[in-house]
Design a protein around this ligand. Structure first.
Ligand SMILES: *Cc1c(COP(=O)(O)O)cnc(C)c1O
Length: 394
C-alpha cells in the first residue's frame, strides 16, 4: 500500500467529482454557447456550478470566471490590475517574497520590463508583516498580491487585514488562495481578485477559478470568443466545471471536523520526526499553518535522495515545491525564512488530507527516520559535521 502525502502538489479526484464529471460528459455534452437545447443544457449546468461555487466563496456568480488552472487565474489577475494601473501611471507592485511561481514569475518579468516590483520579506516563521505593506503602499501601487496560504510551508498570511487596508487606500488586492480554498474557510470579502485550483481540493487538473470583484479591471488573457462574459475565450469544459463544483462542496462539508483530524495526525508526525531525528527543524510557524502541512529540514541530507528512497518504500512526498524539483535551486520560500542553502536542500514537505490515516502516520514516523539516517550515513557533509570539521546549524 502506498502512502500519498503530497496533497499540496495535487490531490486524487474525489469520487463525487468523478461521478459529476462522468454524468456531465454523458448528458450535457453540448456547447454552452449554442442556442439549441443541448447547448442550453450545458449553459444551465455551467450557471448552476457558478452559483454553487459563488455560494461557497461568498460572492456573486458573475464574479466567478473559470480558467484552465490556478496559474492562469493568477496570471490574469496580475495582468489585469497591472494594465489598468499602467493606464493611470501606477507602476508599482507589492507582493510577498514567498509567492508561488505563478505569481512570482509574472512579477519578475514585469520588473524586467521596468515596473517597480517590491517583494516584501517574511519572518523566520514564514509570515509577512502588515506594517511592511502599510509602509510600502502609496498612490503609485497598481496591485498588492499576497497568497492566503503558502504551498511549501503552509503558513497562513494576514490577508484579511492586508485586503482591508488595500481597500481603504483604493489599491487593488489579489490573493492566490489555491492552497486555501477547500481546506480552510476563505472569503472573497476583502479582495479584488482570488485564485483557486480544482486539483488542489479533489477536483480535476486544468480547471481554475478566478474571482474578480464586480468593477475590478479584468482583461482576457485568452482571446477569441465571448465565453466567460468576454473575459476568457474557449469552449467551457462543462464536465470539469461540474466536477469542480462537486469537489468543492465535498471539500468544505464538515471542514472543521476534518481539519481537527488532519491536524492531530500532522502534530504527531512533526513530534515523531523531530524527536527521533536530531539536527532537524520544522519550517514555518507551527500554529499559523494549514492543518495538513509539515515541512521539515534535516541537516546533512539531500531532499532529492530522501524522496527517491521514500518512493521505493511506497511513500510519496516532495521536497519544497513540486515546481522547483527538477531544478537544483533551493526553494525561494525556505531561503526567505532564513534557511541557508545547504539546510534548504535537505527539506521534505508532507501534505496530508482527510484521506490519510493514523496507520500511515505510524509508518511515516518509523520509515522516514530510517531513510534520513541512511542518507546521512552516505553524506560527506554529515561525516564532517560529526567529525567536528563543520558546525551544525540545526
Ligand atoms: C498549485 C498552485 C498554483 C498553480 O495551480 P495550477 O492549477 O496547478 O496551475 C498556484 N498557486 C499555488 C499556491 C499553488 O499551490
Amino acid at each position: 500500500m502506498r502512502i500519498y502525502a503530497d496533497c499540496a502538489a495535487t490531490t486524487k479526484m474525489r469520487h463525487s467529482a468523478i461521478e459529476a464529471y462522468r454524468e456531465a460528459a454523458e448528458t450535457v455534452f453540448g456547447n454552452a454557447s449554442s442556442l439549441y437545447s443541448e447547448g442550453q443544457r450545458a449553459a444551465d449546468t455551467l450557471f448552476s456550478c457558478r452559483k454553487r461555487i459563488a455560494n461557497i466563496l461568498n460572492c456573486r456568480p458573475d464574479e466567478i470566471y473559470f480558467t484552465a488552472g490556478g496559474s492562469e487565474a493568477d496570471n490574469q489577475a496580475i495582468a489585469s490590475a497591472v494594465r489598468a494601473g499602467a493606464g493611470k501611471g501606477k507602476r508599482k507592485i507589492i507582493a510577498s517574497a514567498i509567492e508561488h511561481h505563478a505569481v512570482l514569475h509574472p512579477l519578475q518579468r514585469l520588473r524586467r520590463e521596468g515596473y517597480e516590483v517590491v517583494f516584501l520579506p517574511v519572518s523566520t516563521e514564514g509570515i509577512v508583516s502588515v506594517d511592511d505593506f502599510v509602509r510600502e503602499t502609496d498612490d503609485s501601487v497598481a496591485l498588492v498580491s499576497v497568497m492566503t496560504a503558502n504551498n511549501e510551508i503552509g503558513t497562513l498570511q494576514p490577508v484579511e487585514e492586508i485586503g482591508r487596508l488595500c481597500r481603504q487606500r483604493g489599491v487593488l488586492f489579489h490573493t492566490d488562495a489555491v492552497q486555501a480554498v477547500g481546506h480552510i474557510p476563505v472569503s472573497t470579502k476583502d479582495c479584488d481578485y482570488l485564485a483557486a485550483s480544482a486539483h488542489k481540493f479533489g477536483g480535476p487538473k486544468g480547471t481554475g477559478i478566478l474571482f474578480a470583484r464586480k468593477g475590478a479591471p479584468l482583461f482576457p488573457l485568452v482571446e477569441g470568443g465571448a465565453q466567460e462574459r468576454n473575459k476568457r475565450a474557449g469552449t467551457e469544459d462543462v464536465p470539469a466545471i461540474a466536477a469542480t463544483a462537486a469537489a468543492l462542496e465535498e471539500a468544505v462539508s464538515g471542514m472543521e471536523e476534518k481539519n481537527r483530524k488532519i491536524l492531530s495526525m500532522r502534530e504527531r508526525l512533526i513530534d515523531g520526526l523531530l524527536s527521533s531525528l536530531p539536527h532537524s527543524a520544522l519550517n514555518g510557524s507551527r500554529e499559523k499553518r494549514l492543518a495538513g502541512n509539515a515541512n521539515l529540514c534535516f541537516e546533512g541530507c539531500e531532499g532529492e535522495a530522501l524522496i527517491l528512497y521514500l518512493d521505493d518504500l511506497g511513500i510519496a512526498v516532495s521536497s519544497g515545491s513540486a515546481c522547483t524539483s527538477g531544478s537544483l535551486d533551493p526553494s525561494h520560500v525556505l531561503l526567505a525564512i532564513g534557511r541557508v542553502h545547504e539546510i534548504a536542500h535537505g527539506s521534505l514537505r508532507f501534505s496530508l488530507d482527510e484521506h490519510n490515516t493514523e496507520e500511515e502516520i505510524d509508518r511515516l514516523i518509523k520509515v522516514v527516520p530510517e531513510v534520513v539516517n541512511k542518507v546521512r550515513s552516505m553524506s560527506p557533509v554529515w561525516r564532517d559535521l560529526n567529525a567536528g570539521k563543520r558546525k551544525f546549524i540545526l
